[in-house]
Write a protein that binds this ligand. Structure first.
Ligand SMILES: [Fe+2]
Length: 339
């Protein structure tokens, strides 16, 4: 795959990452977390399902929580296409190319297509979703982080190049990638940041047992909301669920915090990443460069690399690349060693 030569006219038009469908053992506990801390708006709910959206979103839902008694799982990642004709073209393309795609009925959505990607990751494509009023002007009702809109996912893949090749074919462009230096003096692909909507990423693949969902992310208005989210987390007793940050990513340039929800699903709240619309070569980062992960110098703790959510019906495979992880624990151990 040549990152510098994106597919400019793919077989159908995927426009963006749209919605995430997750399991939840206790819908009331999850509702409390996502409305009071994250600041999402409830679009609809019943005893088995909770539909949430960001404050500026018109689409009916960007997060769907389904009541479950089993281990945490991500049921599906939802992407938007531009028109129903794109959905129909995708049905034909996937089935002609060996991917079993089926039309399904989904509440609050128009024509919807289900398919699994090259690694078995379950996807949902939709062009039409019920339109809801934007809640961005209801400043008197803002809560917690006041999350505005869903932005991207980071996933783990056992074969990052294979995952990226699939989405490259569908028109995703690579904004940045990470490599691991190998013993032979070469570089192994460790992660790739790919986008359709014109910012650094709609979906990310990093080396690890996969496919697994590492995190899904919502955009905040500004850095003050990032800090305010930490204050609210402390006040509501969610302080132990703050897993990383605040910090400043090298990749994407975003200011970030990461929380684990009541089921252990990981959510990123962030802002201030850049625009990526013009045709330009991707940026490359060495996994050994600490400023890749955090410009302020603090690596992520080990569980941030090792813990993730499995996808329904897709048992993860071990990664084909064995690369040492640049963890906070290793960083702190190094600080203890005499100079
Ligand atoms: Fe992210």
């Amino acid at each position: 795959m040549n990152f510098d030569k994106p597919v400019l006219f793919p077989p159908f038009n995927i426009t963006r990452a749209s919605h995430t469908i997750l399991s939840a053992r206790d819908l009331e506990a999850s509702k409390h977390f996502y409305t009071e801390l994250v600041g999402l708006v409830v679009s609809d709910e019943d005893e088995n399902t909770l539909y949430l959206r960001g404050r500026e979103e018109r689409g009916h839902h960007s997060l769907v929580l389904k009541k479950s008694t089993g281990p945490r799982v991500c049921h599906r990642l939802g992407m938007r296409m531009l028109t129903d004709d794109d959905i129909k073209a995708a049905y034909d393309w996937f089935n002609e190319n060996g991917f079993a795609a089926t039309f399904v009925d989904v509440p609050f959505q128009g024509l919807t297509l289900h398919v699994r990607d090259a690694m078995g990751l379950p996807l949902e494509f939709v062009a039409d979703m019920d339109a809801m009023p934007r809640q961005m002007y209801g400043y008197d009702q803002y809560k917690g982080a006041s999350a505005q809109r869903a932005d991207h996912w980071q996933t783990q893949s056992s074969d990052v190049a294979k995952s990226m090749a699939f989405y490259h074919t569908l028109g995703f462009r690579t904004s940045e990638y990470t490599y691991s230096d190998n013993d032979a003096g070469g570089q192994d692909l460790w992660g790739g940041w790919m986008q359709r909507k014109g910012n650094p990423h709609d979906i990310v693949f990093t080396n690890g047992p996969g496919p697994r969902l590492h995190h899904f992310a919502y955009l905040l208005r500004d850095a003050a909301d990032t800090v305010h989210a930490c204050d609210v987390a402390g006040a509501l007793g969610f302080n132990h669920d703050l897993e990383r940050g605040p910090g400043r990513h090298g990749i994407s340039g975003a200011m970030f915090i990461y929380f684990r929800d009541p089921d252990g699903h990981r959510i990123e709240l962030f802002n201030t990443h850049y625009q990526h619309i013009d045709l330009e070569p991707p940026l490359a980062w060495s996994l050994s460069d600490p400023k890749r992960a955090d410009q302020w110098g603090m690596p992520a703790q080990e569980k941030w690399f090792t813990e993730a959510t499995e996808f329904e019906g897709a048992a993860p495979d071990a990664p084909i690349l064995n690369a040492p992880l640049p963890t906070l624990e290793k960083f702190l151990d190094k600080q203890k060693q005499p100079a």
